[in-house]
Design a protein around this ligand. Structure first.
Ligand code: EPZ
Length: 429
């Protein structure tokens, strides 16, 4: 299994191109199931999760071709996928496939909306908490689906098709909103979704669906209206830049010091995180190429942050911020409000010498002057990358094990960082 070896202490200087967003690409690929025409997606990141979803869609009979690089393409230009669900030959998503990637459960919505039936394995437990799907089921039931759980599978049917309805989410949910928007697009009548998630990836999905002929209004706000249409057609759409990758590299620069342009990044996708970085003492400037982050000599100030749904501070940057705060000049407080148990990085950060106390949902981080490299391992994607950030600043060698978590969500991480001066390499055993 691959490992990543880092020798810490180098500042980061240069340019990092930001890839397309994993969490936008996955629902967009799933949305291709809604039409029998071809959906072309540009700027799809080359990630293990994308490849896994290709396999899952392939199992339903979807053809996907990937178009390679063209002259003039940027260094990290994403791939272009041509996705055709002309014939759906199987409406079952089996346990072996769904259990590997939670988001694949979302295929239940387009299968049900277009084929009027779906049999999808429950995604099961997850390293960052229990992560149930009750709200996704609630949304589909509101739209008229009959749902039973049988042998670990959600068996859903809507013999006469789905019907527009009011869906008032008791809790803000990205997955629930994605599922509701996709299913409602092909429902008969109008659906109103309230307390909808406002994440940029929801807006990206709605923009793409509207290009496919859907009638979705208000995406990106807490109230979304979907006027159902009888069919959707093909379209071409570019995946938006990855705000979590952007925030991760921004934290890395704030941690090591230096000056890096995050090219292609869009500040409005992560303003809350950029504000926190400024409070922490990083210089953040936005120009027409992207976002520049620098820290030259200034101390890292402690901060007090709670994660929250968009536009709040993202849970997917919580671990990375914690790594940064490990070297702050005082005590920081980070509260995780989205997922219980998303603190696995705490124990691993302690291996670098970090001093972190956990009290329920809140971690108190007592800043120390210097970290020391260590062998570490994490059990989820964002926790793993927080260990990379710590390793970049630590004295001596850090070995990050179980790198496949990083490969799920960060495209060519070690190339991007080493191009900016980091001493980081992949070791394949
Ligand atoms: C998405 O997960 C992201 N995944 C996550 O990114 C991200 O952390 C999360 O949104 C929050 O921003 C993808 O987009 C593929 P939710 P999702 O539904 O949609 C509870 C990463 O590292 N809930 O907004 O699954 C749930 O347990 C990943 O890239 C229910 O109770 O998140 C959580 O507490 C990790 N019942 C809260 O809502 C449900 O039916 C928010 O979950 C659904 C969710």
């Amino acid at each position: 299994m691959d490992r990543i070896r880092i020798v810490g202490g180098n500042k980061l200087n240069g340019t990092i191109a930001i890839s397309g967003a994993k969490n936008a690409a996955l629902p967009l690929m799933i949305a291709a199931l809604l039409t029998d025409e071809t959906l072309i997606l540009d700027n799809v990141p080359r990630l293990a999760d994308v490849a896994q979803l290709q396999r899952i869609l392939g199992n339903h009979g979807v053809d996907i071709t990937s178009v390679g690089k063209r002259p003039g393409d940027r260094q990290y230009q994403g791939q272009t996928l041509h996705i055709s669900a002309a014939n759906i030959i199987d409406t079952t998503a089996p346990y072996e496939l769904v259990s590997r990637m939670r988001a694949s459960f979302w295929v239940v919505a387009p299968l049900l909306a277009r084929m009027h039936e779906a049999r999808v394995s429950l995604p099961g437990g997850c390293a960052i908490g229990t992560r149930p799907v009750d709200l996704l089921i609630l949304a589909l039931e509101k739209l008229g689906a009959e749902i039973a759980i049988d042998g670990g599978y959600v068996v859903a049917s809507a013999p006469g098709g789905l019907k527009g309805a009011t869906i008032d989410f008791p809790k803000v949910t990205v997955s629930g909103t994605h599922v509701a928007v996709m299913a409602a697009s092909l429902a008969n009548g109008t659906t109103v979704i309230t307390n909808a998630a406002q994440e940029p990836e929801i807006l990206d999905l709605a923009d793409c669906l509207n290009k496919m002929g859907a009638r979705i209004y208000g995406a990106g706000t807490p109230r979304i209206t979907v006027e159902g249409v009888s069919r959707l057609h093909g379209a071409r759409h570019t995946v938006l830049p990855d705000r979590i990758e952007t925030g991760t590299y921004a934290m890395a620069v704030a941690m090591t010091g230096g000056d890096v342009l995050l090219s292609g990044a869009r500040a409005e996708l992560l303003q809350s995180a950029l504000d926190v970085l400024s409070q922490a003492g990083a210089e953040v400037t936005v120009n027409n190429e992207g976002i520049r982050v620098a820290r030259n000599g200034a101390a890292i100030n402690p901060v007090r942050v709670s994660t929250a749904p968009f536009p709040g501070f993202p849970t997917d940057l919580q671990a990375q911020l914690m790594a940064l705060m490990v070297c702050a000049t005082g005590s920081s407080h980070i509260t995780e409000t989205i997922f219980e148990n998303r603190f696995m990085h705490v124990q691993e950060l302690a291996r670098f010498g970090a001093r972190i106390q956990l009290d329920g949902e809140t971690a108190t981080i007592h800043g120390i002057e210097k970290l020391r490299g260590a062998p570490v391992m994490a059990t989820d994607l964002r926790a793993s990358v927080s260990l990379v950030i710590a390793g970049l600043a630590a004295e001596g060698e850090t070995m990050v094990n179980r790198v496949y978590h990083l490969d799920r969500g960060f495209e060519r991480l070690e190339q991007k960082l080493s191009a900016c001066g980091a001493s980081i390499e992949r070791i394949s055993d």
